[in-house]
Design a protein around this ligand. Structure first.
Ligand SMILES: Cc1cc2nc3c(=O)[nH]c(=O)nc-3n(C[C@H](O)[C@H](O)[C@H](O)COP(=O)(O)O)c2cc1C
Length: 161
């Protein structure tokens, strides 16, 4: 089974979790990056993100995944932004046909866990199976190993590899 771990990370926290997951499950790692970088400072970034969410923006991305068709399972990582997926994840999910694929979300957050993100991913990918999501609070990522291991035991990952 061909696995992809795709993630967006502004501050690097989600990247650390994505790398940890990829080391555990194998497969390929892909960083989702916007063509227009976000500000370096936190507050301006929250303002840009709010504006993007309000205007239902689709930030352009820098690169496409090669051979998305060959991946059956996609681990999808993102920071919780204003209660849900960053709009860059919306662009990503609209860029490919995920029908029949398994998408397993994971997020890092400052307290709102997965928020509305799972419902929003389901709306964008109605023909996909959406696995159980994992939420890791920022500041606790050094101790996330066990939570990741437990989360990877979910039934939809039991199919023969
Ligand atoms: C634009 C923006 C919006 C955010 N909104 C939320 C939120 O609604 N709920 C929450 O728990 N954390 C929120 N956070 C905190 C991030 O989810 C958290 O710090 C995350 O671990 C950052 O991941 P990263 O380092 O991969 O970007 C927000 C952060 C940013 C920059």
């Amino acid at each position: 089974m061909s696995l992809l771990v795709a993630y967006f990370s502004w501050g690097g926290t989600t990247r650390i979790i994505a790398e940890q997951i990829q080391k555990t499950v194998g497969g390929d790692l892909f960083e989702i990056k916007t063509l227009d970088p976000y500000p370096k400072e936190y507050n301006p970034t929250t303002a840009v993100a709010k504006r993007e969410q309000r205007s239902n923006a689709r930030p352009a991305l820098t690169a496409q995944v090669n051979g998305m068709d060959s991946y059956k399972t996609i681990f999808l990582g993102y920071p919780n932004w204003w209660g849900t997926i960053p709009m860059a994840i919306v662009t990503f999910l609209e860029s490919y046909n995920f029908s029949g694929k398994l998408i397993i979300p994971f997020c890092t957050h400052g307290g709102s866990a997965l928020g509305r993100s799972i419902a929003d991913i389901k709306k964008l990918c109605p023909q996909s199976t959406i696995g159980e999501g994992l939420a890791i609070r920022n500041g606790t990522i050094d101790h996330a190993g066990n939570a990741i291991t437990v989360w990877l035991r979910q039934p939809c990952l039991d199919q023969p590899k």
